[in-house]
Design a protein around this ligand. Structure first.
Ligand code: MRU
Length: 322
């Protein structure tokens, strides 16, 4: 099943807050319902957010076709529901450009965004698995962070799509899924996806990753991205930077897998990105907390960025914007 889709005039999503305990579909029929789903992470992951932004504008177009002001307010609310993943605003703005042609044109554009993300997932899986095989030279032991599978896209995924492709090829030796504090996208969602795919794996606490690399138990780290800057700096789930440092110290490849739609040539570097700060209630029971949802991995720590169209090597001086 698709993580997010347009079904009979509304947006349907798999409710990621309920997994792995319950497999529940939410039907979103209003823009406020969509925004709540985005902010509560019922739908999440950069490519899925891009599709959510696009379908959200298409939904708004049907609901408020005769009220330009209301429609403009909806577009603004959707594109700013979460600030960090560039896909959300990009999907919403791209669809909004078709609003003058009417609701049907907006929906056609939104479905195109969806279909492009599906095609991108397939291309990244192949390119990424080829690269990991080339870099590791044997059936690799992989570590991945957060959730970057079909749940974070529409189907397929980014980094986890590469892991699953290696499994399909019969050349995957081991998978470590880091749990991803505080909302457990690794321990809940990646674990759910790997189980469904019949892949053996182990969950590791986030802090264990660099140590397991140092002990020689990981051949490559593969992660997704929420925004890739013009210079290759990569914003992804909090904890990614520590894994990149661990990989550098252990001398193993650190590979980012993301569609071209996650590259933002208008953001020069990681310092220019708004990092979402989430409620301290996700971290402590009433004590003060720091809860940045994402971090910045500097480009020089990244062996390669695999997109649906190319392989960029920021660690060797390549820039995504060239
Ligand atoms: O806060 P989330 O769960 O939306 O964060 C998601 C991530 O950081 C993913 O790693 C990223 O979006 C890549 S998804 C293919």
């Amino acid at each position: 099943m698709r993580t997010i889709d347009w079904v009979d005039g509304a947006i349907e999503i798999i409710d990621q807050t309920a997994l792995p305990v319950e497999e529940r579909v939410l039907r979103l029929t209003t823009v406020p319902e969509l925004i709540t789903a985005i902010q509560s992470l019922a739908v999440r992951g950069a490519p899925a957010l891009g599709v959510a932004g696009a379908l959200g504008v298409a939904l708004a177009a049907r609901l408020h076709a005769d009220d330009d002001q209301k429609l403009a307010d909806c577009v603004r609310a959707i594109e700013s529901a979460r600030p960090t993943a560039v896909n959300l605003a990009r999907g919403a703005r791209r669809t909004a450009r078709r609003l003058p042609d009417g609701p049907d044109a907006a929906l056609t554009e939104a479905l195109l965004v969806r279909d492009e993300e599906i095609a991108a997932s397939e291309a990244m899986a192949t390119r990424g698995a080829d690269l990991i095989t080339e870099l590791c030279g044997r059936a690799p032991r992989m570590l991945t962070h957060c959730n970057t599978g079909g749940l974070a896209a529409v189907v397929g995924g980014t980094a986890l799509g590469v892991v699953l492709e290696l499994h399909r090829r019969g050349t995957l030796r081991d998978v470590l899924a880091s749990e991803t504090r505080p909302l457990l996208q690794g321990a809940r969602l990646t674990a759910w996806e790997l189980t469904r795919a019949g892949v053996d794996f182990r969950v590791a606490v986030d802090g264990a990753g660099p140590f397991l690399m140092a002990r020689g138990e990981v051949d490559a780290v593969v992660v997704g991205a929420d925004r890739i800057c013009a210079n290759g700096d990569t914003i992804n789930k909090i904890g990614t930077y520590a894994h990149a440092l661990g990989a550098q110290r252990a001398g193993i490849p650190f590979v980012v897998v993301a569609p071209e739609s996650t590259i933002d040539p208008d953001t020069p570097d990681g310092a220019a990105v708004e990092i979402e700060d989430r409620s301290g209630a996700e971290v402590t029971a009433g004590f003060p907390a720091a809860n940045p949802a994402f971090d910045v991995t500097p480009h020089d720590l990244i062996t390669a960025i695999v997109t649906d169209r190319r392989t960029i090597r920021p660690g060797s001086g390549d820039r995504p914007d060239s």
